[in-house]
Design a protein around this ligand. Sequence first.
Ligand SMILES: Nc1ncnc2c1ncn2[C@@H]1O[C@H](COP(=O)(O)OP(=O)(O)OP(=O)(O)O)[C@@H](O)[C@H]1O
Length: 596
Amino acid sequence: MKPLWRLNKYLYKYKGLLLLGIFFTVISNIFVIIPAQLVRIAIDYVVESFTLYKPLIKGGLGELARENFLDYVLVFGVLILVMALLRGFFLFLIRQTIIIMSRRVEYDMKNEIFSHYQNLPLSFYRKNSTGDLMARISEDVSRVRMYLGPAIMYGLGLLTLFPMVISYMISVNAELTLYSLLPLPVLSISIYFVNNLINERSEKIQRSLSGLSTYVQEAFSGIRVLKAFVREEDSARVFAEESEEYKSKSIDLTRVNALFFPLIMALVGISTIITVYVGGMQVIKGEIGYGVIAEFILYVNILTWPVTSLGWVTSIIQRAAASQVRINEFLDAKNDIISKENLKDEIEGDILVENLTFIYPDSGIKALDHISFEIKAGQTLGIIGTTGSGKSTVANLLMRMYDPSSGQILIDGKEIQRFDVAELRRQIGYVPQDVFLFSDTIANNIAFGLDHPDRALIEQAAKDADVYQNIIDFPKGFETMLGERGITLSGGQKQRVSIARAIAKEPKILILDDCLSAVDTKTENAILSALKHIMKDRTSVIISHRVSSAKLADHIIVLDDGKIIERGNHESLMSQKGVYAELYDKQTQASEPIDG
Ligand SMILES: Nc1ncnc2c1ncn2[C@@H]1O[C@H](COP(=O)(O)OP(=O)(O)OP(=O)(O)O)[C@@H](O)[C@H]1O
């Protein structure tokens, strides 16, 4: 229960709806109790009338008595109907308050979690899978909503109806109350266990279903590989196996579900039999009228649903608490990338890296080992190195996705930690190694980093990234949709759109992380020359494992296993005849990659 206390702030926020909900619950319960009493009065009246009826017929007053009797019964009928309508009306109002409150809280929670997620550092996303993040913001929040909505609603109903009905029943006949309610605790406990079984099995089904959909999703997104390796039959077989598992789990659930209603019916039936039996004995003894039996049968029926829901509500609360624990775990995750001074200065672009060492916190891998370099504003640094040598890690640290383990990065002579994080990133144009484009139009993808998208700027960025011609060749040009519902760009086109997105921001620092690997050297040169022109007064970092990308840079560093092993410009490095020169020779001899 304790984890759910965190939700009290929302209950407080929507206290108006909650209090109204409680009020309507009490009122609706009154309209449950009164009809039962009316039934008792009506039945007792009918029984009495019949005893009086015979002498009246004999006295010739039969017709009058009959009319009187029918009027009276009609009044009862109308009253009971009105009560039922009023109860329905208040039940409607309860749902309009409590369920609406739960939907509002659900909305607030999702927003709170989503904006918290966005604040969390990259390291958090390394530790937790996307599936997990999605499950907590959707399924877990839905379970918590079940507590805030239905569980609170039925819980309130239970808490108010029970004392009202039972105290009234006791006031009518304590002994009959005791007997008729005897099976109800058994009902509640059995429903609790059956419900737990149902939940357990539903969860298994849910897991099996998500396994099934992940499998289908993967099979179709990897359809090219699947077809190329002729694995269709194999894939269909695995699918059939997963479906089989889903089917058997569903049948398991149906078996338990099938137990649910008969169980309720049986226990309610037992209560009714006991009420009729004990009540009948008391009627025979002349202690009560017939009407009391009918009234008590109605009460037992009225109490059945709340008792049934007791087990259900308990298990909803348990599940909600477990979900809230998972939500709280993420909500309590802190962002350790915080600014010391929130400097919002315009960046010039001087970068000084001193003795920088970085160990990835999650894997313990030392990706950078005491590296130092300097880039003056407007200059270009090329970073060359083999796979896993730490090149992307430099980009990560310059973007302040992580903080250095030791050493420091100074931008314009100021420690990077002093800058406002968002402001720093806003002034950096980053082209990641693994291109990610959104399922949106090309124009919107290029304008992604802009607060006020400007068509001329978008088109210029596309020209500078050498992708303009490709885009206007599409029938819908810049309005072409990308992604699942749109067209698929080639690897090289994607990289260039990603570059256009970074330069459209007109950044002070541009970081290209191995993003020219899918374009041919001619396009690579065209892009680099265009970039040189537009980055004239800005700083560029070009990361690549291809020498052709870095050779135009003012300075080049060669990384190996996190250490700088060579530095200089293209000419000086070539004359050193070291790793760089060797790489250059090897790569110029190799055939050029083809622009896909
Ligand atoms: N997020 C991460 N968590 C843990 N270890 C990481 C992470 N990213 C990279 N590493 C490790 O750090 C080392 C350097 O990786 P990095 O990505 O910087 O290399 P790289 O030079 O960019 O390689 P490539 O050219 O293949 O992209 C590698 O050993 C890698 O396994």
